[in-house]
Design a protein around this ligand. Structure first.
Ligand code: NAD
Length: 350
């Protein structure tokens, strides 16, 4: 039985977003501002009801607190979740309305892209607020689509984790990638360049087929990707890929991917441990995007982004190594490290 400390539980602040005229319907959740303003992307997705959007926003905002703390960023954790309207809608009007809502928070929340949003959307947001990043970048300045930085961080973490836990180089391994969107596709290209064999799945046939055509990746059904014969499983779609069922059936010995909130429940971390499957914690390995976003917001250059993303591989390795030596789940070790940082900041602020 693994004893897990309760996660930090500051009162979650939330702002309801409702502007029917412009199609805006969602929530901004702010989990912690102990270290700095809450920073986290804006998700634009189909949610059946407000409650499911709210739950997702809260879970994602909490994850951002941990991610930002462990990445050494001067930000707390927050997230916006917008319900994608069914039927036709004016996308520009919707994201401008969202920008006005972000502006009303006066810097308490900084937004950027997430699943379902684009650089063009953030440009619309920026017409109403300066508390947004993930816009176009110029010269050596940080900015632009954060996805390539996220993919680079995941790739470096995967390489470090594969050496440590599988004793192998990526060129000798098969990686099963779930989701070939912005991050998944970029990760696949890096993996192919490194000589890894690829198995991919995506609910969107255009995305998986386009990638398979250029990378010689083997396509499988979305139901099978987590249990195919592979060395590494890389969840790069939505959250909750690691369930009791999927982990029980998993053949891979290492999980390392970009998706947020991969563990469907905390117990799954214990099951991974029991089954001897190494787990590189999601928010540790996918921090490249928020590193880019925060550098852009703070007016830093690309070199500082590269330097911070460079630390993701060693950090993932350090966590996996500590977890192995102490017999804990890597998820637990990462949470503890992040909580120490957030608690120290809270004490200093008090
Ligand atoms: P995206 O929307 O571009 O790609 C997601 C892909 O997953 C899409 O192609 C979609 O069709 C596919 N998909 C959805 N459900 C699926 C399923 N059940 N099985 C297989 N494929 C499925 O999003 P993205 O920007 O690539 O982000 C991917 C994940 O990484 C998300 O969980 C996101 O929160 C996380 N993340 C992204 C960034 C970033 O910089 N974009 C940063 C940190 C974390």
């Amino acid at each position: 039985m693994v004893v897990r400390p309760a996660r930090l539980n500051p009162p979650m602040q939330s702002v309801r977003l409702l502007d029917p005229e412009n199609g805006l319907d969602g929530v901004i959740a702010i989990h912690s501002t102990a270290i700095g303003p809450g920073a986290g992307g804006c998700r634009f997705w189909h949610y059946p009801d407000l409650e499911s959007a709210f739950d997702d926003a809260c879970r994602l905002a909490e994850g951002m607190s941990y991610k930002n703390a462990l990445a050494g960023l001067p930000f707390g954790g927050a997230k916006a979740v917008l319900r994608r309207p069914e039927g036709a809608f004016d996308r520009t009007a919707l994201f401008r309305a969202f920008g006005r809502a972000v502006e009303a928070l006066d810097g308490l929340y900084v937004t950027a892209e997430d699943v379902g949003t684009t650089v063009a959307d953030m440009r619309d947001v920026s017409s109403a607020t300066r508390h947004v990043a993930g816009l176009d970048s110029s010269d050596d300045q940080a900015g632009g689509d954060p996805s390539p930085w996220t993919a680079l961080g995941v790739f470096e973490a995967m390489r470090a984790a594969a050496r440590l836990t599988l004793g192998a180089e990526l060129s000798d391994l098969t990686v099963a990638v779930q989701g070939t969107g912005n991050v998944g596709a970029s990760l696949c290209r890096r993996l192919a360049d490194a000589g890894a064999r690829l198995i991919i799945a995506d609910i969107d046939p255009r995305r998986r087929n386009a990638l398979s055509a250029v990378l010689d990746a083997h396509i499988v059904d979305v139901e099978d990707i987590a249990s195919v014969e592979a060395d590494i499983f890389a969840p790069c779609a939505l959250g909750g890929a690691l369930t009791v069922q999927s982990v029980t059936a998993m053949q891979a010995r290492l999980v390392c991917g970009a998706a947020n909130n991969q563990l469907a429940s905390p117990e799954v971390a214990d099951l991974l441990l029991e089954r001897g499957i190494a787990y590189a914690p999601d928010y540790v390995v996918n921090a490249g995007g928020i590193i880019s976003v925060s550098a852009e917001y703070l007016g830093e250059d690309r070199a500082s982004v590269a330097a911070r993303v460079d630390q993701i591989g060693p950090r993932a390795g350090e966590i996996l190594d500590l977890a192995r030596r102490e017999g804990h789940s890597p998820a637990w070790v990462a949470d503890e490290m992040a909580e120490r940082i957030i608690t120290a900041a809270s004490r200093q602020a008090a």
